[in-house]
Every structure is written in structure tokens, then in C-alpha cells.
Design a protein around this ligand. Structure first.
Ligand code: ALA
Length: 405
């Protein structure tokens, strides 16, 4: 089988749609949409509580989802997978859990890349304000990868944690975080935000050598409202939960509680059960079509085509690597003298969906010396025709032969 645009009902309902905003969120295959509907029609009940059949079946699907996700990242133990609301919440949860467990002391440092999404900056800034620790930003090389000299200079003995995205949500650059994993000291925790890589390239904690891996389900064809944490089991067993409550305890008295063991410890309250089912269905859909390798090669072909299109247009300033091996199909660009929102508006008039702005990565915008950019991003349901239409609108409105700006 191969991925197909016809798998996605949104394109039957909007045949004119050119959806180039999959880094914001992916469209959903019918297989996932039907899977959620089937779950609610046939199986739905709350989990961890009921002894009746559908409660047991719902519980089985919930854990099946975690098993499948573990498999997707090359792991076998579903107890190392924690579901939360989204990747941003996941990072806040990790940050606050580490604080609660006294991992940081005053004057400690967190080393963080300049490319991060706000989701992987602000939770650490909150910790910094609370605890008197310092965030130290390391820089990028001209290809959008890690500036190793800067990284090594800033990786001093007082760095207790390194946090870094695997792929930039702005430039599409693959950052080579596995080199951090190999280089880091054993006294430093390492968190990788894989939200932008997991829809595009194979991702495994065993390759990245990280302690925490965080991502989101909605960029992988599943529902919104589901964030995912993978963490080393030893770490999860050591950490006490900063948030707890129903379903996450062994016993409670008027004065105290005993936290439950894994996999319940970090998931108090009724979880996003249908979200977990949607991720199971999304991963089954990806598996049926050849797993992440097939997604990557489908996108790689489109990405090279788009890259050639950008390369052929000197009026467009593209950010990020020009080597297709060093990037994914996420392209941010500016056009001199034109506001990014105007470009996105003109594309929108032709039903071409892109994102414009700072893309929730303001420190990176400042580093690049730009106010705003336009971002187009690719997924397996796109085609060369989508890319042609995108460039045709840019050429018609902003190409060098257009004298109106
Ligand atoms: N994080 C998403 C993006 O980069 C929303 O657009």
C-alpha cells in the first residue's frame, strides 16, 4: 500500500484545498476518523475502574495504543509511555516533576537551543524564575544545525539538564541531537522535543540517547489533546508525582496518599481515552502503508521537489539547510518588502493553507534577524501539483517581473 490523498476525507469535502500547514497539525485519515467513531459506538467506557466488558475492552485499547507507540519509537515497554494533554503540557509536567523532586538547586544551568518552540522554553523559564537557575542558549551553525563550539563552551559543570528539539518547526533543520546524547555527561538529564521530527523521520530514544522524549499526537494523524512522554523507566520509578489524584494512587487517608506504580503514577484523572485510540489507529494506518520509512521516503521526494522550487527563485529568502538529508519538508521564507501575513492572505485566497508569523519560536526569529516569515510544510497527502500551485501564486504576485511592490 501507499499513502494517498484519497485516504483523507477533508480533501473529498474540499477538493480545491492545498494543505501546506501540516506542521501546525496534520489532516486525519478516514481510518482514524472511523476508528474513533467505532470506538464510541462499540466499546467506549471509562478505564482503570470498570469490571464489565466494555470497560475492559477500552482499557485494552488504551494500553494497546501505548504499546504501539512504544514500538513506533523502537521500545518495548509501554510502562515508559505517559499520556498527557499535549507536548507543551508534557514539558511543563517534566519540568515541575523535576522541581518537586529537588533535581535542581540554585545556580544550576539548563542548556537549551536557540531554535526551540515556546513549548520547550517557557516551562524552563518558569523553573528558572522559581529556583534561581539559569537558561543558557546555545547557537546554530549556518546550516541550522548545532553550533558545536558554542555548545561545548556552554556545557559547563553546572549544567544539569540539556533540552533540545530534534527538528526545528521553523527551518525544518534536523539538529543532530544524537551527538548531544553521545557527548553529554551522565550527571546531565537530556530532553528531546520530537514533536517536529516524529511525523517525518524515524525517532528512537535508543539512537538519540536521551532521558526524556516528548511529542504530540495531532501532528501524526491522531486527535488533538494528546501529548506523549517517553522516559527512562528508572527515572520514572525514582520521580514522585507532582500532580496526583484519582486512578494514580494506591491508597489515600485523610492525611496522606501512596502513589500508584507505573503506568498509573503520572496520569491522574480520566485520560483522553479516545485520543489514545486515535493514536493507535493513526499508527496502524502508518504501519499499513509501510511505517515511518515509507512516510519519510514519500516526503523526501516532495521535499526535494519543493527545495528545487525555492532554489530557482532568488526573490524568495529560504531559511534552513539546502541539503535534503539535513532537513524535513518544513520551509520558512520571507520575500523582501512584503509582510508575511500578506503572502499568507494571498495564498489563502487560492485555498492554499500556510502559516505566517513567528511560529511560536520568537528567540529564533530574533536570532535570524526577522520579524515574521511564511511557513509551508509537507505531508504524505501533498503532491507536486500542490507545490506547483503554491509557487505559481508566489510568482504571479511577487515574482521579479511583478512591478507592484
Ligand atoms: N507547534 C505548531 C506549529 O509549529 C502549532 O505550528
Amino acid at each position: 500500500m501507499a499513502f494517498s490523498r484519497s485516504d483523507f476525507p477533508i480533501f473529498q469535502n474540499h477538493p480545491e484545498l492545498v494543505f501546506l500547514d501540516s506542521t501546525s497539525t496534520t489532516q486525519k485519515p478516514g481510518y482514524v476518523i472511523d476508528g474513533i467513531g467505532d470506538f464510541y459506538s462499540h466499546t467506549y467506557a471509562n478505564i482503570h475502574r470498570g469490571l464489565y466488558d466494555i470497560a475492559q475492552e477500552s482499557e485494552t485499547l488504551y494500553f494497546e495504543s501505548k504499546r504501539k507507540f512504544a514500538q513506533f519509537i523502537g521500545k518495548t515497554d509501554y510502562k515508559e509511555i505517559i499520556y498527557t494533554y499535549n507536548a507543551n503540557y508534557a514539558i511543563n509536567l517534566i519540568a515541575q516533576t523535576l522541581r518537586y523532586n529537588g533535581f535542581f538547586t540554585k545556580w544550576d544551568k539548563i542548556l537549551i537551543s536557540i531554535v526551540e518552540h515556546h513549548a520547550n522554553i517557557v516551562p524552563w523559564q518558569i523553573l528558572a524564575w522559581e529556583l534561581g537557575i539559569e537558561l543558557v542558549f546555545f547557537s546554530l551553525n549556518t546550516d541550522g544545525g548545532i553550533d558545536w563550539q558554542d555548545f561545548q563552551e556552554k556545557y559547563t559543570q553546572d549544567v544539569k539538564m540539556i533540552v533540545c528539539t530534534h527538528v526545528s518547526n521553523v527551518t525544518g533543520a534536523i539538529l543532530g541531537v544524537e551527538d548531544i546524547g553521545k557527548y553529554k555527561r551522565s550527571d546531565t538529564l537530556f530532553l528531546v522535543d520530537a514533536s517536529q521530527s516524529i511525523p517525518h523521520i524515524p525517532v528512537s530514544p535508543d539512537v538519540l540517547l536521551c532521558d526524556f522524549l516528548v511529542c504530540t499526537a495531532h501532528k501524526l494523524f491522531a486527535d488533538t489533546g494528546l501529548g506523549i512522554i517517553w522516559a527512562r523507566k528508572k527515572l520514572l520509578e525514582w520521580l514522585k508525582p507532582v500532580f496526583s489524584g484519582g486512578g494514580a494512587i494506591l491508597e489515600v487517608s485523610q492525611s496522606q496518599f501512596t502513589p500508584a506504580t507505573l503506568p498509573y503514577t503520572f496520569e491522574p484523572g480520566t485520560p483522553h481515552i479516545s485520543g489514545a485510540v486515535s493514536l493507535l489507529k493513526a499508527l496502524e494506518y502508518i504501519e499499513k502503508n509501510g511505517w515511518i520509512k515509507a512516510m519519510h521516503s514519500t516526503e523526501q521526494e516532495l521535499m526535494s521537489y519543493a527545495l528545487a522550487g525555492f532554489g530557482a527563485r532568488s526573490y524568495i529568502r529560504l531559511f534552513g539547510p539546502v541539503d535534503p538529508q539535513k532537513r524535513v519538508g518544513v520551509f520558512s521564507f520571507t520575500i523582501d518588502g512584503v509582510h508575511a501575513y500578506d503572502i499568507a492572505d494571498i495564498l489563502a485566497e487560492k485555498h492554499i493553507c500556510v502559516r505566517a508569523g513567528k511560529h511560536c519560536a520568537e528567540p529564533l526569529s530574533s536570532f535570524l534577524g526577522i520579524e515574521h516569515s511564511v511557513r509551508m510544510s509537507l505531508c504524505v497527502y501533498n503532491s507536486r501539483e500542490d507545490i506547483d500551485q503554491f509557487f505559481a501564486v508566489l510568482d504571479d504576485n511577487f515574482g521579479p517581473w511583478v512591478d507592484k511592490y
